[in-house]
Design a binder for this molecule. Structure first.
Ligand code: ANZ
Ligand code: ZN
Length: 801
């Protein structure tokens, strides 16, 4: 008998599938559609990571099953290829990013193909392809037209090492996520997207979606919607008023100071009235260097400077309150001002202790001599509002303020508008032209794409301009409006731009007239099932939902949401439990596994290694175990190839397996599905005479989504000419899949003492155990020695005492 040799069969079947276009999705097929999507990778120089394989293999199994169930499945792949690593590589080596990208893509593609993934390669896309990014630029123009793309001179996160502006999301713990350098603040003119306009819809529409719960929660927290009250405090001396945002209007009688963000314009307005201006100015200057992270840490020392002789008036009792400038108030949230209630807010409590402010209790229930009492409670020392509970008081006080025109109900969001400019070369040029006369003029749609010019040097200028600024012939152009001399925008888009909408392009990748045809979008969207990394929940997932909603609003996207269902896979760590990294020398290269054990082993192992959404360490032992399982399956099939009939219990076992695989695949419980397979193969290997042809065929079909090559080979060895992947997914008979239950009679010395329900295949050991548990039986046997047990399978058990 031939032994299992993946090296011999895998390439062969990959070619067979490709030549026959097996996995090409058909537009407008009569079959119901299923759009299954995995996040497309950034084609780095490192090649495919085993973590990529985890997502791709798992969703491949699901795609294959759906095809066998009669769906017209779209399972596409492409390249998210703009980005910094390639640019940095180019700077280091002098190899042009285009050249490096093409090489990396070719390598990734070779690796994916060696895994036998059922991607529809006819729809492959590349975000750095001119024909693709033309539409990324087109989307930018639509946002610009609707006023959702705008420019602002804002303090942005700046990485001094990479010499580049960063989005909030790229700053982790105050450091640049890519290089680890401490981020500082710097003012630059930036393109911004008004994602905040969509904040409510981005939260509220989650209700309708089938997303993992923790994904929903992360998105909601990121957007950070909070309901509260805006309250105005008048400053008598400089005819100005301070607006604060608070979620705790019930504490307003406990306010003993107002604190302003250093960015707050009021400070500048009141400059002439501030007696200690030099001190204040110095403090503001110092803050400018600090990042938001440094400023808002809960445990930090609460610094601040009092604005001498400036007082604000509390609208509820006209009390005069001192005003301070402090760095822990953020200029861009609320009004950039906070009413300080030391008795009931932890930060305010620390601040009051440090600077000797009064701590005035207005909510009862705590011990404010020790710490701030931050819970809700009953109001005290609050004039006519005393006695109310916090919730009612928030409502009543807000209403009262509304009447006095000193406040109103308000909603605030943590989410900021999205900084969309990068001072880099390897990105999509922003299609805007600056004219002295006409201002910022959009490139006419007919002139798209604005092609990224070829350059020799990609070093960022460090002045805040992108390397493109040095290419005179490219920068200098004509104004599309007045025809006068004008200059191109030299900033490029961030690496999220191309991944915002790529899944739409798969529906119609060759279209030169539109981003994709309406009919095709309507047919394929929304994506039925999208799997990707948990780390993309607040970035890519949120951004792409926003862009899609915008496209929906202008009549391009056919549905309000792009992804019906979103799941996530856990990371794969190295065998030593650390992150896989070149510097640790612990990277598992999928190429090596495929070469030595085969793609099917890699695929099945990655699905078997643990619960799909959990982070897990690679185990070579586990991987070898899976390889042994596949060898055993191979042998079982060939050993039983000539058996004609299956035993009744074998048929029952295969229907049980059938049900298990069917249900587990849908719930992404790949590991338990494969464990059930292993059990079945063990059972079969011990009872080969009972395994007939029908059982073998069904088993192979069930295994096909997991191990596509091995099953295809055996299928043909069984004599079939058609591919196993074109077979119908087997239905199981619920009756058979259920355990058959019988009534077991329990006797003691030949007399019936009880009856119990047991599985038909119950063993003597198990039957004995269950029978002894019966109270009625215990009455007769307890304290006595059991001399003999007579067991008639499926009928009775008799204890002789
Ligand atoms: C008074 C107060 C009393 C507050 C109290 C809390 C407890 P969330 O839920 O995150 O929206 N705040 C408002 N604007 C701020 C800014 N620009 N920078 C820093 N802090 C700011 O938090 C809202 C609360 O955060 C507001 O309610 C305000 O403090 C503070 F016993 O107002 B509170
Ligand atoms: Zn002009």
């Amino acid at each position: 008998m031939e032994s299992y040799n993946p090296q011999k069969i895998e390439k062969k079947w990959q070619n067979f599938w490709e030549e026959n276009n097996f996995y090409q999705a058909e537009n407008f097929s009569k079959k119901p559609k299923k759009y299954i999507l995995v996040e497309f990778p950034y084609p780095s120089g490192e090649g495919l990571h085993v973590g990529h394989c985890r997502s791709y293999s798992a969703l491949d199994a699901i795609a294959r099953k759906k095809r066998m169930k009669g769906f017209n499945v779209l399972y596409p792949m492409g390249w998210d290829a703009f980005g910094l690593p390639t640019e940095n590589y180019a700077i280091r080596t002098g190899i042009h990013p285009r050249v490096a990208t093409d090489k990396n893509i070719a390598n990734f593609k070779r690796q994916m193909k060696s895994l036998g993934l059922s991607f529809d390669w006819s729809r492959e896309i590349d975000t750095t392809d001119l024909k693709y990014y033309k539409w990324t630029q087109w989307i930018f123009l639509q946002l610009f037209k609707k006023g959702l793309a705008y420019q602002a001179e804002i303090p942005i996160n700046w990485c001094p090492r990479c010499k580049i502006g960063l989005a909030d999301e790229e700053v982790i713990d105050g450091k640049h996520e890519r290089c680890g350098e401490k981020v500082i603040q710097r003012k630059l003119k930036q393109w911004m997207f008004k994602i905040t306009k969509y904040a409510d819809r981005l939260i509220d529409d989650l209700k309708k979606m089938d997303f993992l719960e923790k994904i929903k929660i992360q998105q909601i927290n990121w957007i950070g919607r909070s309901y509260g009250t805006d309250i105005k405090f008048k400053i008598a001396d400089c005819e100005s008023e301070i607006e604060v945002f608070t979620t705790r209007a019930d504490t307003i009688f406990g306010v003993t100071a107002i604190v302003l963000a250093p960015e707050n314009k009021i400070i500048e307005n009141c400059k002439s009235k501030i007696k200690n201006w030099p001190e204040v100015e110095k403090y503001i200057k110092e803050t400018e260097q600090k990042t938001e992270f440094e400023r808002t840490q809960l445990e930090k020392i609460r610094t601040g400077v009092r604005l001498k002789e400036i007082y604000a008036s509390n609208p509820v009792n006209n009390e005069e309150i001192p005003v301070w400038v402090v760095d822990y108030v953020i200029g861009t949230y609320g009004g950039g001002a906070v009413m300080v209630v030391p008795a009931h807010d932890k930060r305010d409590y620390d601040f009051a202790k440090k600077h000797g402010l009064e701590i005035r209790e207005v909510i009862s229930g705590g011990d404010i001599s020790r710490e701030a009492f931050t819970d809700y409670g009953k109001l005290i020392n609050s004039g006519k509002f005393s006695g109310l509970n916090s919730k009612d008081a928030i409502k009543k006080i807000t209403q009262w303020l509304e009447k006095k025109k000193a406040g109103r109900k308000s909603v605030k969001y943590k989410l900021r508008d999205w900084v969309f400019s990068r001072q880099h070369y390897w990105g999509e040029p922003i299609p805007i032209i600056y004219c002295q006369k006409c201002g910022s003029v959009p490139v006419p749609e007919n002139d798209l794409p604005v092609e990224l010019p070829y350059v020799e040097k990609y070093q960022p200028s460090g002045s805040g301009e992108s390397p493109l600024a040095n290419i005179k012939e490219w920068v200098e152009t004509k104004c599309p409006k007045c025809g006068g001399a004008a200059k191109r925008e030299t900033d490029t888009m961030p690496n999220w731009a191309g991944s915002n909408w790529y899944y739409m392009r798969y529906c119609d990748p060759e279209n030169n007239k539109e981003l994709a045809s309406q009919r095709k979008l309507k047919y394929w969207l929304p994506v039925d099932w999208y799997n990707g990394g948990m780390e993309h929940t607040t970035l890519h997932l949120l951004y792409s939902r926003f862009i899609y909603k915008f496209l929906y609003d202008i009549g391009i996207a056919p549905t309000p949401e792009p992804y019906q269902k979103r799941t996530s896979h856990g990371m794969i760590l190295a065998e030593d439990g650390r992150k896989m990294s070149k510097s640790f020398g612990n990277v598992i290269n999928p190429d090596d596994i495929v070469k030595e054990y085969g793609a099917d082993t890699l695929r099945v192992y990655e699905m078997f290694m643990g619960p799909f959404n959990q982070t897990i360490a690679w185990s070579t032992r586990g991987m070898k175990g899976v390889n042994r399982f596949l060898n055993k399956a191979w042998k079982l099939v060939l050993d039983c190839i000539d058996n004609l009939e299956s035993s009744k219990r074998t048929i029952r076992e295969i229907h049980k397996l059938s049900k298990k695989i069917d249900e587990d695949l849908e719930k992404m419980k790949f590991n338990t599905a494969i464990a059930a397979f292993m059990e079945f193969i063990n059972f079969g290997s011990e009872n080969k005479k009972e395994i007939g042809r029908d059982v073998i065929e069904r088993m192979l079909i069930l295994l096909a989504p997991f191990a596509p090559h091995l099953t295809e080979e055996l299928w043909h060895q069984l004599g079939f000419k058609d591919s196993i992947h074109n077979q119908k997914w087997p239905r199981y008979e619920a009756k058979l899949a259920k355990e058959e239950i019988i009534t077991l009679i329990i006797q003691v010395n030949g007399r019936v003492r009880d009856k119990i329900e047991v599985e038909v295949a119950v063993s003597e050991e198990k039957a004995k155990e269950l029978a002894i548990l019966s109270k009625k039986v215990q009455k007769w046997v307890s304290g006595k020695e059991i001399k003999k047990v007579i067991f008639v399978p499926g009928k009775l058990i008799n204890f002789v005492i």
